[in-house]
Ligand binder design. Structure first.
Ligand SMILES: [Zn+2]
Length: 401
């Protein structure tokens, strides 16, 4: 184990420049880190740390959306709970990948404004319990920027000195957004921004998609190569995007009732991809009955419920991504940059909509989508977000009166 970074001193940050000098003879990434897209230094750093058994007890992964922080957290969790340091193929590794390993927990803020004290109390209590399947426990704390106030204070002692064989992985978009007291207790690992052209070629390489389809998938999923790859592999999600764009196309002429109907239809198509997850969860419940006690079954059911809510919000994020990309195309068409249109399958309709509205309206419409996205983590119902947004977009793009 490496010594914990001191609370007062400078925080060690893994960056492009010091990886090469600190680890001059880094091995090429081994499973499970060889699947990290566009982050070769992070992959090699963790390969080395795991092979030398030099992992520490608290990491903070920082980097923009879509840079692979979640995937890296999963890979590190596999390396820590698997008997073969993350083979990717054993039962433990598969469970981590599916999000069903009992010793690897992902925690999301449950309060309107962030983490709750009660959540942190549960977490701290849980760290003291022995692992169920593996020799190690891993906690992935998403949105570490929303860990503040009393809940953060309740967590500091455990974060600094967790029980043996417990690892925390905190995720945040920037280091500045995380409390200094949290930051100073973690080893910070910086994920590099992946430029769009690089993301497109990585995605084409991994999914064999055409250039045009790769650009659509990335625009819809917010630039994440992983999510874009999943999107291309899911017909339900691709259909949801088409439904969204067809709705936008009709929106300028819609009356109030049409808008409500459109929101309802979108909600249905947004929920369809969730069926894939439900089938998987039912399979796990059947399998769990054989060896899980009553308490563990209840915990599993609760985890499933949270996963469904999380997936629903992710699906809404994708709907908003599709809308933003389409509106951006309309704006590009409006200012004469037709050749930059991403949603090639809607090219003709985009030109038509662009003709009927002005630049400022598209800019305001994009801002409305951004605003809707900001409301996602705040426990607002998906339906009300969609309805409010569609009304705003109709008014911006529509034929008024
Ligand atoms: Zn394994």
């Amino acid at each position: 184990m490496t010594p914990a970074p001191s609370a007062s001193g400078s925080v060690p940050v893994l960056s492009t420049s010091d990886v090469a000098s600190t680890f001059p003879s880094l091995p090429p990434p081994a499973p499970p880190f060889d699947g990290l897209v566009g982050q070769p230094l992070v992959a090699r750093f963790f390969t080395s740390a795991v092979q030398r058994r030099l992992t520490t007890h608290a990491y903070l992964f920082v980097g923009p959306v879509g840079t692979g922080k979640t995937m890296a957290a999963r890979a590190l969790a596999q390396a820590l709970v698997c008997r073969s340091m993350g083979c990717g193929a054993c039962d433990d590794c598969i469970r981590v990948a599916r999000g069903t390993h009992p010793d690897v927990r992902s925690i999301e803020p449950e309060g309107a404004g962030g983490y709750l004290s009660e959540q942190v109390r549960d977490l701290v209590h849980d760290t003291a319990l022995a692992p169920i399947r593996a020799q190690h426990k891993v906690y992935v704390i998403t949105r570490a920027d929303l860990l503040g106030g009393a809940p953060a204070n309740a967590f500091l002692k455990t974060l600094e000195e967790p029980p043996l064989r417990v690892t925390f992985i905190l995720l945040a978009r920037t280091r500045e957004s995380v409390l200094e007291t949290i930051l100073s207790r973690c080893q910070v690992v910086a994920f590099r921004f992946i430029p769009e052209t690089e993301a497109v070629s990585l995605l084409m390489e991994r999914s064999r998609a055409t250039l045009k389809d790769a650009r659509v998938a990335l625009a819809t999923t917010g630039g994440s190569v992983y999510r874009a790859q999943d999107f291309l592999g899911s017909s339900a999600r691709r259909n949801a995007r088409i439904k969204v764009l067809e709705t936008l196309e009709r929106l300028p002429l819609a009356d109030g009732l049409d808008v409500l109907d459109a929101a309802r239809d979108l909600l249905i198509s947004l929920k369809q991809p969730l069926d894939e997850l439900r089938v998987e969860q039912e399979r796990q419940l059947v399998e769990g009955k054989d060896y899980l006690g009553k308490g563990a079954m209840t915990a599993l059911e609760q985890r499933h419920k949270r996963a469904l809510t999380g997936r629903e919000r992710e699906a809404l994020g994708e709907v908003l991504g599709a809308m933003r990309s389409w509106l951006r195309d309309c704006l590009l068409a409006r200012v004469g940059r037709e050749e930059d249109i991403v949603n090639h399958d809607f090219h003709y309709h985009i030109l038509k909509v662009a003709e009927g509205s002005d630049e400022a309206a598209f800019v305001r419409a994009i801002a409305a989508v951004d605003e809707a996205e900001r409301r996602i983590p705040y426990n607002v119902s998906v339906q009300s977000i969609l309805e409010a947004l569609l009304f705003t977009l109709r008014d911006e793009l529509g034929v008024t009166g």
